[in-house]
Design a protein. Structure first.
Length: 318
């Protein structure tokens, strides 16, 4: 039998979602079956998966050690993170609940290949070195990045250390209450601020998106606001507010109005000898918050621009 006492970190979430974290290798149907058969109980009683957990609750799993190991993260997993270098980890802000990083260009937010460790993998290595990720902690929750940036976009990535922080951050992103601002340098002169909207359709085969003025089948509505900060002879530095948050939204939306981001050859810009777009997620502003992250209410976090961004900015007279 495995007994888990619910702390403030897990409180506030559904029982079934908590169990999916504890038993990531078990299917959802298995978890619900175990609840129905009282092989998993809450405070000694049969419980529905939708019940909300409270601090001090006791979850018991009447499994053999072999069964629990089969469906849980497994022993030795935490030590494996110690073999991953975390040279790309640049903390901007950190506390017991969250970690905010400044992602360099050229690294994936989450792994889709094995060429180089992703930011998520390096983040776990960083927390393992600090003693914050252990086999025991992984049995309940695995810290993760909450928002993603394109490989060649730099800037702010939010990471949740606890289930409660993950729920809060994910809710902010879903409800669009977290204000997200980007800096970029585009081709051409943008003389005034504006808010533009459209419909974005992703082409999975080409890993590219198209923007349409009118709604079309499969497309998702997007909104992007921007204001010019500096202009030179042929370029403009923009501050962009991402109102919706779709894949490649800023890149494709600006290109659709004739101002592709410098270096973004995928969306029609010149290469300029760069390895990708000059785009940085440089600022976030938290909303009024309640609960575990209430202390972050109205806090503003800003990331430093990369050396490549600053060098290119200077080269085009901005």
């Amino acid at each position: 039998m495995k007994t888990i006492d619910i702390t403030s970190n897990e409180a506030g979430g559904r029982l079934d979602k908590f169990l999916f974290h504890v038993l990531p290798k078990a299917g959802k149907s298995f978890v619900y079956k175990m609840l129905r058969k009282k092989n998993i109980t809450l405070n000694g009683k049969k419980a529905d998966g939708s019940v909300i957990l409270n601090e001090g609750d006791c979850v018991r799993l009447f499994f053999s050690d072999e069964t629990f190991k089969k469906f849980s993260v497994g022993e030795g997993t935490a030590a494996g993170f110690g073999t991953v270098a975390h040279d790309d980890i640049i903390p901007i802000y950190e506390d017991d609940n969250i970690l905010i990083l400044n992602k360099p260009r050229g690294i994936e937010s989450q792994s889709s290949s094995h060429i180089k460790a992703s930011l998520n993998e390096q983040m776990l290595s960083y927390l393992y070195e600090k003693g914050e990720v252990t086999d025991e902690s992984l049995g309940i929750y695995k810290p993760s990045v909450v928002n993603r940036l394109d490989t060649n976009t730099s800037g702010i990535v939010l990471c949740a250390k606890t289930p409660a922080a993950s729920r809060s951050l994910s809710s902010m992103l879903k409800d669009r209450t977290l204000q997200k601002y980007y800096l970029c340098i585009v081709e051409g002169i943008v003389s005034s601020e504006d808010k533009i909207s459209g419909w974005l359709l992703k082409e999975n085969k080409s890993n590219k998106v198209k923007v349409f003025r009118d709604k079309c089948p499969g497309a998702k509505r997007i909104e992007t606001a921007y204001r010019p900060l500096k202009t030179s002879e042929n370029h403009t530095m923009l501050e962009v507010e991402l109102i919706t948050g779709k894949s490649h939204q800023i890149r494709a939306h600006l290109a659709s109005i004739g101002h592709p981001i410098c270096g973004d050859v995928k969306y029609g810009a010149s290469k300029y000898g760069l390895n990708g777009q000059i785009l940085c997620a440089y600022r976030v502003v938290f909303p009024d918050l309640k609960g575990v992250l209430s202390y972050l209410s109205n806090m503003e976090i800003t990331a430093d621009l990369s050396a490549e961004f600053i060098k290119f900015q200077s080269s085009v007279g901005l």
